[in-house]
Write a protein of this length. Sequence first.
Length: 200
Amino acid sequence: MEKNIVAHTYKINKESRRKSNGHNSFLIFFTGLSGSGKSTIANALEQKLFSDGIKTYVLDGDNVRRGINQGLSFSPEDRSENIRRIGEISKLFIDAGIVILAAFVAPYEKDRQHIKKTVGSKNYVEVFVNTSLEVCEARDVKGLYKKARKGSIKNMTGISAPYELPKNPIATITQENTIEESVAIIYDKIKNKLRLQENE
């Protein structure tokens, strides 16, 4: 069936959309344990970018699993498929000229590298929200750690499933950073990337 699929080229392309929006488009990928603060920081950064006139959209792990990734479990295989789909969705947003912020545990380095390959290395910005397991478990904002400790949740990252540390994130945020500091750190790393290049 794949041999019958032919890509169609349209008159309006990624560069045209970027120029129309007045800024570059790329993926900011937040990874870290559940409860680390990924979604909170992504939300705060989006507000900053939005107030600056940047076209943005946030993909959040829980929200996505309510829709397009509904039905996927938390097995290693389904976790990888979850992230693979996020990579493809992010690629579409980048093509649309939008800065996409994605907040996912994404515990496996191979899956994060797959997203990087999918969207292109120059369109991938990785942020590691490095909050300790102890702090995440103390927060337990969703009650997941408590359930995992009781054995009612399997494949819980940090408890019964591994988290592989990112190798080269553009920014690392820790539990010592306030939300405001976190936004400032990340924004400082991406502000030049937001600008359109002369050849675009």
